[in-house]
Design a protein around this ligand. Structure first.
Ligand code: NAD
Length: 377
């Protein structure tokens, strides 16, 4: 089994790498053959020399790497000119955005490629160390607070100085999943007073354990779906939550929004009126901007000035922290590789195993995932 680490589109903004040299070294010690495209680690500050010392073979010709690989590991979904080079029966492990870009999955199925999508790793305790959505959401939550702090024309912490006492900033986090909890922890470490809201009441204790206040709204419906995710809520519940959100947004210096409902457009929670009611100089970071946005004013990839409020819609925050984002992603990939590759070098394709079944999107010329099939229309 020849495992190949592909170079990401650095110019296109992806700086992470799927396996860092330290992880390569552990895998080559098991006798695995690993090759790496020249410059694959550049964006994360790992040189070809680092990979070479870890036991990987450096391949200068991109086409050769893709043609000769039995299994490619990547961060971002492959481009058409890359996946067309893969030989029949080869395998690919990557974020694939299978619901947003089902055509890529369709092409991989047509090419008889066996594909594992990192977004589809089950969110279970057994698969926790392969859970790249969580590892990368944590990085994003941390960075969202840092960009907010760097943009806010105020301190985050309380300061008692000879020049007077500075009051701490008020941060309001909407959505306390993996990214939101890391945002809360980061804002607290910087000394802000933090409030957080989520429609899933189960997160209350986690929010409080981080030293933040949980904003409660009584809803007369079940808000948690299978796997601990949020459900889409009724119109009445939306109105009830919006009234509460409006009060907390109005008094915040920074609002970080992270709310998502799997498979749906992100819920719109912060309206234009709410933004207009904020104090000038305040900051909103909409982490859901790429999924349609939690804030009516945000646009993916843009920083917008709206009546004195800076509304930021950052994209691919994990790529802006490539060293640790790659280190964590590498751990997720290496754990999955060790789970999938058997003693004889073949892939474990036991579809009675939930990790294999849910993560494998294409195999033997078939598109295996019903939701991806539905997204193709
Ligand atoms: P996510 O990115 O899908 O959503 C982020 C947050 O937005 C969630 O907490 C959700 O409740 C919240 N949200 C959705 N609609 C909202 C609304 N209208 N108003 C306010 N908040 C709203 O979620 P995620 O961070 O990927 O994970 C969510 C949950 O999944 C976790 O808290 C956990 O229960 C479960 N999970 C389990 C594991 C595991 O067991 N290994 C790993 C990761 C996640």
């Amino acid at each position: 089994m020849r495992i190949a680490i592909a170079r990401e589109d650095l110019e296109g903004g992806e700086r992470r790498v799927a396996l860092i040299p330290d992880m390569v070294s552990r895998l080559t010690k098991k006798g695995w053959e690993i090759c790496v495209e020249t410059g694959a680690g550049t964006g994360s500050f790992f040189s070809d020399e680092d990979y070479s010392q870890a036991g990987a073979q450096i391949i200068g010709d991109k086409g050769q790497l893709w043609r000769e690989a039995d299994l490619i590991v990547k961060v971002a979904p492959p481009k058409d000119d890359e996946l067309e080079q893969l030989h029949e029966g080869a395998a690919l492990i990557s974020f694939l955005n299978p619901l947003g870009q089902p055509e890529t999955a369709q092409k991989l199925a047509e090419g008889k490629i066996t594909t594992f999508s990192m977004e589809l790793i089950p969110r279970t305790s057994r698969a926790q160390s392969m859970d790249a959505l969580s590892s990368q959401a944590g990085v994003a939550g941390y960075k969202a607070v840092l960009i907010a702090a760097a943009t806010l024309p105020k301190f985050f912490p309380m300061l008692t100085t000879a020049a007077g006492t500075i009051r701490p900033a008020k941060v309001f986090v909407i959505g306390a999943g993996v990214a939101g909890l890391q945002a809360i922890a980061t804002a607290r470490r910087l000394g802000a007073v933090v409030e957080a809201f989520d429609i899933r009441p189960a997160v209350k204790e986690e929010v409080q354990s981080l030293g933040a206040k949980f904003v409660e709204v009584e809803l007369e419906e079940e808000t948690t779906a299978k796997g601990g995710y949020a459900k889409e809520i009724s119109e009445e519940s939306k109105q009830r939550t919006q009234a509460v959100i409006a009060q907390h947004v109005a008094s915040a210096d920074v609002v970080i929004t992270t709310a998502q409902v799997p498979g749906k457009k992100a819920p719109l929670l912060v309206t234009e009126d709410m933004v207009a009611a904020m104090k000038p100089g305040t900051v909103i970071v909409d982490m859901a901007a790429e999924q349609g946005g939690n804030c009516a004013v945000s646009e993916a990839g843009k920083n917008i000035q709206y009546q004195g409020v800076t509304v930021m819609g950052p994209v691919n925050l994990p790529s802006s922290m490539p060293v640790h984002a790659s280190e964590m992603y590498s751990k997720n990939i290496a754990t999955l590789l060790q789970y999938l590759i058997q003693e004889d070098g073949s892939l474990n394709l036991d579809f009675s195993d939930d990790i294999v079944d849910e993560t494998c999107v294409t195999h033997g010329g078939e598109l295996r995932n019903e939701r991806v099939k539905a997204a193709l229309g």
